[in-house]
Each structure stands twice: as structure tokens, then as C-alpha cells.
Design a binder for this molecule. Structure first.
Ligand SMILES: Cc1cc2nc3c(=O)[nH]c(=O)nc-3n(C[C@H](O)[C@H](O)[C@H](O)COP(=O)(O)OP(=O)(O)OC[C@H]3O[C@@H](n4cnc5c(N)ncnc54)[C@H](O)[C@@H]3O)c2cc1C
Length: 458
């Protein structure tokens, strides 16, 4: 991150949200001997968040263990934990449950080694008031907490209802609006069909969950383009690297990636951009960012966010035996009909409307961050007071390169920061562990003033 000035002296930071981002922010502040921390979480567990609290052991990480250390200054940290627990090696795709265990242990160990510096607090932060020298957080259940600064580490917002579903008035048993919140406890029969809206990583998770529950019926997944995530290659596959950040956008960049694909293969051509994608996004004009999102993003996402070979093989097998069908098309309408849902859709390259009849419809269109549509009281209040504003692409909260929020008048606020996927408008590549661990590390160094002693970033 670039620097533009010293942050204020801060003695106590309140971190709202204790998923990967919030927990790592707390851990890094303590590791840098920084301010005292209160880590606030409304769910049952700390340091797991949505991704790492899954009860399903078949939900695997989509990144090899070698690149999943929580600590950027100790790249083998997770691999050593895996080896010590007998759960895998550097090239393994560990389970997300195990990764959650790893993070919880790391948080516990950090607290034990620095007693009295970190307080865990269970509660839902419902409002945040800012004044010149600090913040006051109000909780849904009553009670307040004062701190010198706050960090919003709220994770993604729930998905929006897709077109055609929002006003369909489908009962909860037929339609699951948020696969992370709703669970799948109503029984299904093997002659039922489940329709999944969305064909990305969330679809894959839900297919594996249906499998784990013993569902033997048909699953149809639909999205506009019908693009599904690709698989990682073998660990022995050749890698390549670029000597500098490509200084190009749009069609020139697409040409470049095509050319590199011919030379080194598509996986290596995507992976070699990875060290530069955040910097490329940060330096791209907003219009170029918009063009990327409109024309390249869908293709980029399925190649960049890949499945472990094991999970990919299970999905391929389900597709091969007809249990899972991936459809490209646009939903026009959904209606409840005698205990089922009838979904009318227009196939991508067709002009006739077709109908799918499903016993359950699950919205897997993926997480959202649009502040103008959020129902989260904390964010609604901050927006109403003008303390935060949406980023230009409406991915989440507009922040500076130092993760400081930007208010409605364009002023940065060093006492209200935001982390993780909700800062995607500024950083783009900020949803996976390797990026968030660096973000939390850099923010911790600034808030601890370690930055000024030990030099810039990592
Ligand atoms: C299903 C899934 C699988 C993934 N797999 C991988 C992977 O294999 N490898 C990889 O590198 N990345 C993966 N990621 C991406 C990445 O690890 C996550 O995006 C990351 O964990 C984000 O963490 P977070 O803390 O920002 O958000 P979250 O995990 O969503 O945590 C946010 C927390 O904030 C709490 N919260 C929200 N609002 C409030 C409030 N008002 N008051 C109190 N608490 C609040 C929530 O309860 C939640 O626990 C995955 C993501 C998902 C969703």
C-alpha cells in the first residue's frame, strides 16, 4: 500500500466481524505490538466466518496448502500445522473445516501469548457513531463500546434475488435465497429436481452439500453464460513468471494472455498475472475497470478461481452421468405450481422460452456488496450519516489504498477502516487468503506504527 501520512495514535481498535479478515487483523495487531483490540462477532465461532465454518468435510480449499499460510512473514505456517496434525502436505487441498481449526488455534495461541490485549466480544454491531477522536459502537441487544478506531471486517453481503425470483413470492421451502444462511433441512426425494441459479463456486459447494445429504435426484445449474469453474492442474505442471507488471488493459491484455496461453498454457498464463492483478486494477482508469467487468470478468472468474482436482472430478462425474446439467440461459419468470417451482428461461442461443420444473430453487448467484441495497443496519446507518460511500462499481465500501474509508464528501477517515471482500472496488483481487493476509498485515503495521520503523509493507 502507498503511504500518504502517519495514522493517528490509536490505543484501542474495535474490529467488527471475526471471519478470516477480522481475526487476522486482530492477530497481526498483536504480533506487531500494536493497539489493544476488541474483536466483535455475531456468529457462534471466531476466526471461521462463512468460508471456514462449513460442516461438510467434502468442501475443500481451492488453493494448495503451500499458499494458505495466514501469516505473510511465515509462508510455511499452515503447511507445518497440516504436517503436525497429519492432515496433508504442501500440495494438498485441505478441507475448509481443517483450515477453520487452524485459524481458531492461531487466534487462541495469539491471545494466550499476549493476555489482556485482545478481548473477544459476542454481539451484532448495529450502529457506529464517529467523532473527532474515536468511535462508539452500539449493539443490537443494547450496550455500547468506545474505541479509538474501528475496522469493518463484515465479509460479503448476502446474494440478491435474481431477476424473476424477487417478486415471485415463493415459500421458503421452495426457494432458498441465501445458501449460507438457509441450510437445506427440508427433505428431498430422488425423483425431485433441484435448480441452482448460478454456476460458480457457490454452485459447486451446494452440489457437494446435496450429495453429502444423500440427494440422488437431478440438479440443474443455470447462469447467463453457463460457465463453470475450471480445475487446477497437477502440482508438477510448469509455472511461469513475468518480469514486470503488464502495462496494458482491455483487448491488448486479452491478446497478451492468449499469446502467453499458447506459450505456457492457460493456467500459467493466468497465474503469472496474479502478483500484478491488484496493482493493475489500482492503476487502471475507472472506464477500463468497467470494460473488464462487462466483457472479461465472467471468463476471468472461472479460470482464476479454480477447483481442486478432486472436487472437479466429482463435478465432472456428476455431469457425465447426467445428474448435474449446466444450462446457459436467462431466467424470465418463476411461479409456484402445485408444490414445485416452474421457471421459464430463454436459452442463451435460442429464441424459444423453455421451462424447468424444480422441487427447490437455490440462489447461488454469489455474494454481493452493494451498499445501496444492503439491509445490514450498521451499513445503512453509516451510509445515512455519510460516513461511508459505495465504490464506483458497487462492490462494497469505497476505501483508500490504505483501507481507510472514504466519506460521502471524498474525505478519508483514518479511524474507520474496511477490509476484505467489501473493499473489492479499490483492490479487485482481495477475496482470497493470500491477498487478505497481506492487507491485514499492512493495516496492522500502519496502526501499530511499525511501518515507520521497519520500512514499507512487506
Ligand atoms: C465458500 C467460500 C469458500 C472459500 N474458499 C477459499 C479458499 O479455498 N481459498 C481462499 O484463499 N479463499 C477462499 N475463500 C475466500 C476467502 O477466504 C473469504 O472471502 C474470506 O474468508 C473472507 O473473510 P471475511 O472475514 O472478510 O468474511 P466472512 O468470512 O464472511 O466473515 C465476516 C464475519 O463478520 C461477521 N459480521 C458481519 N456483520 C457483523 C456485525 N454487524 N456484527 C458482528 N459481526 C458481524 C459475520 O458473522 C462473519 O463471521 C472462500 C470464500 C467462501 C465464501
Amino acid at each position: 500500500m502507498n503511504d500518504i501520512g502517519a495514522p493517528p495514535r490509536i490505543g484501542h481498535v474495535a474490529i467488527i466481524g471475526a471471519g478470516f479478515s477480522g481475526a487476522l487483523q486482530a492477530i497481526n495487531l498483536l504480533r506487531h505490538d500494536g493497539p489493544r483490540v476488541t474483536l466483535i462477532e455475531r456468529r457462534g465461532s471466531f476466526a471461521r466466518g462463512i468460508a471456514y465454518s462449513t460442516p461438510n468435510a467434502a468442501h475443500l480449499l481451492n488453493v494448495r496448502a503451500a499458499n494458505m499460510s495466514a501469516l505473510p512473514d511465515d509462508p510455511d505456517h499452515f503447511v507445518r500445522w497440516l504436517a503436525a496434525t497429519g492432515k496433508g502436505k504442501a500440495q494438498s487441498f485441505a478441507s475448509r473445516q481443517d483450515y477453520g481449526r487452524y485459524l481458531s488455534e492461531l487466534l487462541r495461541e495469539t491471545i494466550a501469548s499476549t493476555p489482556d490485549r485482545l478481548m473477544l466480544m459476542r454481539g451484532s454491531a448495529a450502529e457506529l457513531k464517529l467523532c473527532a477522536d474515536g468511535v462508539t459502537i452500539g449493539f443490537g441487544s443494547g450496550g455500547r463500546l468506545a474505541a479509538d478506531a474501528a475496522v469493518l471486517a463484515l465479509g460479503n453481503l448476502p446474494p440478491h434475488d435474481p431477476f424473476g425470483l424477487a417478486d415471485a413470492g415463493l415459500p421458503a421451502g421452495l426457494y432458498s435465497a441465501d445458501p449460507w444462511a438457509d441450510g437445506f433441512d427440508q427433505p428431498l426425494d430422488d425423483d425431485d429436481t433441484v435448480l441452482i441459479i448460478g454456476t460458480g463456486l457457490t454452485m459447486v459447494d451446494v452440489v457437494l452439500s446435496l450429495e453429502a445429504q444423500g440427494f440422488g435426484g437431478k440438479i440443474i445449474a443455470i447462469s447467463r453464460r453457463g460457465l463453470a469453474p475450471r480445475a487446477h492442474g497437477d502440482a508438477s505442471m510448469a509455472r511461469s513468471s513475468l518480469s514486470e507488471k503488464p502495462a496494458m488493459y482491455g483487448s491488448a491484455l486479452v491478446h497478451f494472455v492468449r499469446e502467453r496461453t499458447r506459450q505456457v498454457g492457460w493456467r500459467a498464463a493466468i497465474d503469472e498475472l496474479r502478483p500484478y492483478t491488484q496493482a493493475m486494477w489500482l492503476s487502471a482508469p475507472q472506464a477500463e475497470q468497467g470494460r473488464f467487468l462487462r466483457h472479461i470478468r465472467a471468463w476471468w472468474d472461472v479460470h482464476r478461481h479454480r477447483l481442486s482436482p478432486e472436487v472437479a472430478a466429482r463435478i465432472d462425474a456428476l455431469r457425465a452421468n447426467g445428474r448435474l446439467r449446466v444450462v446457459a440461459g436467462k431466467i424470465c419468470e418463476a411461479r409456484a405450481v402445485e408444490g414445485d417451482v416452474a421457471i421459464r428461461y430463454r436459452p442463451r442461443h435460442g429464441d424459444r422460452i423453455e421451462v424447468i420444473t424444480a422441487r427447490r430453487v437455490i440462489n447461488c448467484t454469489g455474494p454481493q456488496g452493494d451498499l445501496l441495497r444492503t439491509r445490514e443496519p450498521l451499513l445503512q446507518g453509516l451510509m445515512a450519516a455519510g460516513h461511508i460511500r459505495p465504490d464506483p462499481h458497487r462492490f462494497g465500501i469505497d476505501v483508500t489504498a490504505q483501507a481507510e474509508t472514504i466519506d460521502v464528501d471524498g474525505h478519508r477517515n483514518a479511524r474507520l477502516l474496511a477490509l476484505g471482500p467489501m473493499t473489492r472496488g479499490t483492490f479487485w483481487e482481495i477475496v482470497a487468503v493470500p491477498d487478505i493476509r497481506t492487507q491485514t498485515w499492512s493495516v496492522a503495521r500502519r496502526l501499530s506504527h511499525a511501518h515507520w520503523v521497519q520500512g514499507e509493507g512487506l
